[in-house]
Write a protein that binds this ligand. Structure first.
Ligand SMILES: Cc1ncc(COP(=O)(O)O)c(C=O)c1O
Length: 384
């Protein structure tokens, strides 16, 4: 069972406070608006319940949304997918030959690892920090030594699990490296609109359109159950990707595409995203306050400017997986440990999500985490 499946199962236990998953708070879903959109979609004709070609209206709406993120694209470069997850799987299938090289960060999104692992890739690892994200100097040195990969996978805004967002300077350098070394970058931007403060960022796609394959999703800003995401790629790649997609699921749920398109036509997604930002900013600040009183000085962290995660660096002798076992058993609180994101190589860190719990639950959960940490530390001292 994958860590995600385990965390999904434990999130159902009402006695457990879970900071493990980057799920939206269901209370913040625009359920009424989606209900109206679903009624309109069904009234528009039998086509919405049929196998179908991609929804052109949605492709055009996505181009408009991309323009607001600073990316210029046309509908013939947009492929609609079953969430960002499928977009990633399709790109991996297209770009990665068995045994070929990939470049990835030391800590990265576990579903990406699941997508590449069946190809037994030759993995080149680049360090990343909670403060500034990927180390571009190390990347450049490895590329200069001839480590040309099938691609580099990045989450430039609200990184999962680090919470980091890349500076403009790093984005510019990454775009230059992609062009210079003819290295595709898979840019996963599922958290880019959830920005709380700091400068507005532009996706790397805007800087190197030919070499950056962009992934977007409505999961974090509307609802994950829609399973509607998209790719923006050079138009020549749409056809091969569509063939791979056909083998996977014929077409992205027509109904979900039409509901999304109806929602975007009648409602203001940007007003909804503003209200999400407001709610999540409060939760982020609540988590920071709680960490200051319960986890300092053992752990250290940066306050994320985007996304839904805090990454906590722990001293080397603390094993976060051990901490998790004790935190679940004694304090009924959960999170995801460093091993989940590092192919088991790193143990002294953990990821907390602040999107799903109410502020008072965040305060309680972090205080439970603090107690679990104290118990582990006193036990370690005792057994030394
Ligand atoms: C970095 C990243 N990419 C993709 C996804 C999945 O997105 P989707 O629901 O659109 O498949 C997530 C969800 O947690 C994520 O954190």
């Amino acid at each position: 069972v994958s860590p995600l499946q385990r965390a999904l199962a434990s999130a159902r236990d009402p006695s457990l406070l879970s900071l493990a998953l980057g799920m939206p708070d269901p209370a913040l879903f625009p359920a009424k608006e989606l209900e109206r959109a679903a009624v309109r979609a069904l009234a528009s004709g039998d086509e919405v319940l049929q196998y179908n070609l991609p929804c052109e209206k949605l492709q055009a709406q996505i181009c408009k949304q991309m323009a607001e993120r600073g990316v210029d694209c046309s509908p013939d470069s947009v492929l609609l997918t079953a969430g960002a997850t499928q977009a990633l799987a399709l790109l991996v299938r297209l770009l990665l030959d068995p045994g070929a090289r990939v470049v990835e960060e030391e800590l990265t999104y576990p579903t990406y690892q699941l997508a590449v692992d069946p190809y037994s890739p030759d993995i080149v690892t680049i360090p990343s920090t909670v403060r500034t994200g990927i180390d571009v100097d190390v990347l450049e040195r490895k590329l200069a030594r001839g480590h040309r990969p099938a691609f580099l996978y990045l989450i430039p805004d609200g990184h999962n699990p680090l919470g980091a967002s890349l500076s403009d300077e790093k984005r510019r350098r990454l775009a230059e490296l992609a062009s210079k070394y003819r290295m595709p970058i898979i840019e996963d931007d599922v958290y880019g609109s959830l920005r709380y403060d700091g400068p507005i960022t532009r996706p790397i796609k805007a800087l190197a359109p030919e070499w950056v394959y962009y992934i977007g999703s409505f999961s974090k800003v509307l609802a994950p159950a829609l399973r509607v995401g998209w790719l923006v790629v050079p138009p020549a790649l749409i056809s091969p990707l569509s063939v791979i997609k056909e083998a996977a699921d014929v077409n992205t749920s027509t109904f979900a595409q039409w509901v999304t398109a109806e929602y975007l036509e009648a409602e203001s997604l940007s007003a909804h995203v503003r209200s999400l930002r407001h709610a999540y900013r409060v939760r982020r600040d609540t988590m920071d306050d709680a960490l200051r009183s319960c986890v300092q000085p053992v752990g250290s962290w940066e306050v994320p400017t985007c996304g839904v995660f805090f990454w906590i660096d722990l001293p080397e002798d603390i094993n976060a997986s051990e901490l998790l076992r004790s935190a679940i058993e004694h304090e009924h609180v959960s999170f995801l440990p460093a091993e989940t994101f590092s192919r088991g190589r790193r143990t002294n860190g953990l990821r907390l999500s602040f999107s799903r719990c109410q502020p008072h639950e965040i305060t309680e959960a972090v205080s439970r985490l603090g107690r679990a940490l104290s118990r582990l530390l006193s036990h370690a001292r005792y057994s030394r």
